[in-house]
Design a binder for this molecule. Sequence first.
Ligand code: ZN
Length: 189
Amino acid sequence: MEAPDVEIRRSLRRRRTVTAFRENGRIVVCLPSRLSKAEERRWVQVMLDRLAAQEKRRRPSDEGLLARAGGLSRKYLGGRATPTSVRWSSTQRARWGSCTPSDGSIRLSSRLQGLPTWVIDYVLVHELAHLLVNDHGPEFWALVGTYPRAERARGFLDGYSHAAGAAPSGDADETGDGDEDDVAEVAAT
Ligand SMILES: [Zn+2]
């Protein structure tokens, strides 16, 4: 496996926490400045492992997505939306997700892979709601609104599209902040 491109940032202000995140294709690890070189090596490995585990959780298989969608339908839509398949799609550049109500299939843009689980869940709930309501009318948004982080996820996706220079989602029309869930952080002491 190729060694990841890692940038170490030491901070005098940072006292007790180690943080790792991806930035422009490299992994940034922020460490308290007082750590020794040996401690630095140890913490970088800990954080790389943690980030890898986190990113793996965020790339569920198609079967994992279908199970996840079923759970979300039960939890937020009374189980009324019954998807038959949920797949990653690499051909959707302009949209985060799409569905075909007649056969119950849902496709998620592979651009979502690696984004926080609660954002992916929002896109799933959105497409599940479209299996029940085709348009973006009040009935549709009432269904989507049962997902507690719907507004925040729309803001996240809109901000993410702008940051990545991608076409904004037709459905995401709000601006929002980033999210702390994007970062692996542990106390170093
Ligand atoms: Zn929609």
